[in-house]
Design a binder for this molecule. Structure first.
Ligand SMILES: NC(=O)c1ccc[n+]([C@@H]2O[C@H](COP(=O)([O-])OP(=O)(O)OC[C@H]3O[C@@H](n4cnc5c(N)ncnc54)[C@H](OP(=O)(O)O)[C@@H]3O)[C@@H](O)[C@H]2O)c1
Length: 309
């Protein structure tokens, strides 16, 4: 049996990871204050507390850590570059170092946004990053600090969608919330990405651990599409009016941080080393739909700390 400590257990990736049924693995979720009565073991802590992580490792005795805690809000990072540098860059390096000293596997979640999007084709792990925003720069620093401190770590550049605790965290929820209320919404026609359903991402990260992979991997979906097309696919799957998704350029969006236009990432290294194919967008959107039918978002929200509702 493997004990896996998940940081950021209240987050989009962290909560889906923590709720995953993963055979013989035991999950311990680390959360600051948002969760209660979860079906997995919960530890309340702020990762920025000095010495906390080393103490946790001694008491919890995990075999592996999947680090998802971050400031993952691209625009809010612009107004707090120092805080973002610490949380997304320096802290992961020091956690990875502690894990290495204790002989514990460490998985760090990074982002496709480390690329500037100017390459004409698909980015591989060998391509040089050139981040455009504070968020992307601090995430790239995190990758570098993790691998320098712990060469046995996995650094996974991800992009994903699914249901979250707040019901508003993911792009898929943005489209679902707008379209289900009959509201128009904008989808960028000039941003291409490879989103992976969060359930598929969670399973893939655990398989990477089980398989003993290490180093830098692109862990995204196997198909690229524009954010506009993604919105249309959500509309079709749920039977909403596709015409409510309006085509827009990201350049006219008014978003604070600069975005890359091309985030097509190759998953060749991942699928080869795992010895299996990586799911595409159709099955992912179907699962997103099925989870709603099965009451998964409501189940998630039942683990929300009462004062936090
Ligand atoms: N969402 C995407 O599509 C996407 C794309 C590319 C990369 N990523 C990366 O994937 C990872 C997970 O992203 P996400 O979307 O799941 O993020 P998220 O939903 O914003 O969750 C972030 C988590 O980090 C926790 N956290 C923040 N500061 C903390 C601290 N000091 N101590 C303990 N926990 C702390 C938050 O806790 P609170 O709830 O208490 O604030 C929350 O649980 C991040 O590394 C992100 O950069 C995400």
């Amino acid at each position: 049996m493997t004990r896996i400590l998940i940081t950021g257990a209240s987050g989009l990736l962290g909560l889906n990871l923590s709720l995953m049924e993963i055979g013989t693995h035991t999950i311990i979720g680390l959360d600051r204050s948002k969760l209660a009565d979860t079906p997995f073991e919960l530890i309340r802590a702020d990762l920025t507390e000095p010495g906390l992580f080393s103490r946790l490792i001694e008491t919890v005795k995990p075999d592996a850590v999947i680090h998802t805690a971050a400031n993952a809000n691209v625009d809010s990072c612009e107004s707090d570059p120092q805080g973002a540098r610490y949380l997304n860059g320096e802290l992961p390096g020091s956690l990875a170092e502690s894990a290495s000293k204790a002989g514990i596997r460490f998985v760090h979640s990074s982002t496709d946004a480390v690329f500037d999007g100017t390459k004409g084709g698909i980015y591989t792990e060998a391509d040089a990053p050139n981040p455009l925003s504070v968020y992307a720069r601090t995430k790239l620093l995190g990758e570098q600090m993790v691998l320098a401190a712990n060469p046995q770590a996995i650094v996974a550049r991800v992009n994903f969608f699914g249901w979250s605790l707040s019901g508003t965290r993911s792009l898929s929820e943005f489209f679902y919330n707008k379209l289900s209320s009959g509201e128009q919404c904008n989808g960028f026609t000039d941003v291409y990405f490879c989103p992976l359903f969060v359930g598929d991402l969670a399973e893939t990260l655990v398989r990477m651990l089980d398989k003993g992979l290490l180093g830098l991997y692109h862990v995204v979906g196997s198909e690229a599409l524009s954010k506009y097309d993604f919105g249309q696919r959500i509309a079709r799957q749920f039977g909403f009016d596709e015409g409510l998704v309006r085509p827009q350029s990201v350049e006219n969006s008014g978003l604070t941080a600069k975005r890359s236009h091309n985030l097509r990432l190759s998953i060749h290294k991942l699928s080869t080393d795992l010895g299996q194919s990586i799911p595409g967008i159709s099955t992912g959107i179907e699962q997103f739909y099925t989870q709603l039918q099965q009451g998964y978002p409501q189940k998630m929200r039942s683990y929300q700390q009462v004062g936090d509702l």
